[in-house]
Design a protein around this ligand. Structure first.
Ligand SMILES: C[S@@+](CC[C@H](N)C(=O)[O-])C[C@H]1O[C@@H](n2cnc3c(N)ncnc32)[C@H](O)[C@@H]1O
Length: 273
């Protein structure tokens, strides 16, 4: 797991202001797919009771806002995030959002005895340990409630990782510079569904979404990877945000332009009645 204080600073001061620009719409497209899965499972059908939703690592509230716009059922939103700046943006979009600011590892200390019909964890694996999260999500859900899981896998960015193994780049940025493992996990859809099943959930649907990514040059990569938040810890680890002009020119010769893809697992898992 990455160091929590570092992640908090990065979201507060590097990522929050640009997060909603969602370069290449990777986040927005994934969240729309997640909502379609929930809708297909009947979770968003009209009901006299609002859907009680808890979004763990809700960020700027992109999912909750989309859900509210797309759901036929009213939404009662709650969210937890480690970044005050991200949460402040979420509250602007959802003034009725019940917010907790904390590490997701402490989820069980928040929201009292409230039970939820839906718990979302979207793009927070790598930040919060998945086994622990699974147990905590299970406890927060009402019987029959659903977990919406969305997370990138280590199969993402294969072409970028291949090009980063160029000997010149290893010399410049260190031989560990290419290792994204630890930043992105889990490994596969199989691993996710196994883990969710082992935690007592019934898998309703799962898929691997592989959106294409195009990086014209170093600066379009930084817009996505650094300010967009996708690879910020990795980029800071190797100091890529301080790359000099000649280093950028070299990267533009050796690595870019590049067409790649991410690999994102989506699953809806139900807590048995
Ligand atoms: C990639 S963003 C995803 C935001 C949102 N779920 C979405 O799909 O747009 C990751 C979010 O997790 C939050 N986060 C990172 N580490 C966390 C932790 N240990 N506990 C709680 N939230 C965390 C960040 O502040 C950020 O808002």
């Amino acid at each position: 797991m990455m160091e929590t204080a570092v992640i908090q600073r990065q979201y507060d001061s590097v990522i929050s202001l640009q997060y909603d620009q969602d370069p290449q719409f990777t986040t927005g497209r994934s969240l729309d797919r997640a909502i379609r899965h929930l809708d297909a499972d009947g979770l968003l059908d009209p009901d006299s009771q609002p859907l009680r939703v808890l979004d763990v690592g809700m960020g700027t509230g992109m999912f909750l806002e989309k859900l509210r716009l797309q759901s036929a059922r009213q939404i009662a939103p709650s969210g937890l995030d480690i970044s005050e700046q991200m949460a402040a943006l979420a509250v602007r979009k959802l003034p009725d959002l019940v917010v907790a600011i904390d590490d997701g590892a402490n989820l069980d200390r928040h929201f009292g005895q409230s039970e939820f019909d839906l718990v979302a964890t979207h793009f927070v694996t790598g930040f919060v340990e998945l086994e622990k999260l699974a147990a905590d999500v299970f406890k927060k859900l009402a019987p029959g409630g659903c977990w919406s899981f969305v997370g990138g896998t280590t199969a993402g960015y294969a072409e970028l990782q291949r090009r980063a193994r160029h000997p010149l780049l290893r010399m410049l940025f260190g031989s560990n510079g290419v290792a994204l493992q630890g930043m992105i996990c889990p490994e596969s859809e199989d691993q996710v569904t196994r883990l969710l099943s082992n935690a007592g959930f019934e898998i309703r649907v799962s898929e691997t979404f592989e959106p294409e990514l195009k990086f014209e040059d170093f600066s379009s990569f930084m817009e996505y990877g650094y300010h967009g938040g996708w690879l910020t810890p990795f980029i800071e680890d190797i100091g890529l945000q301080n790359a000099s002009r000649w280093q950028q020119a070299l990267l533009n010769r050796i690595v870019f332009p590049v067409t790649d893809h991410h690999s994102i697992v989506l699953a809806v898992a139900r807590k048995p009645l």
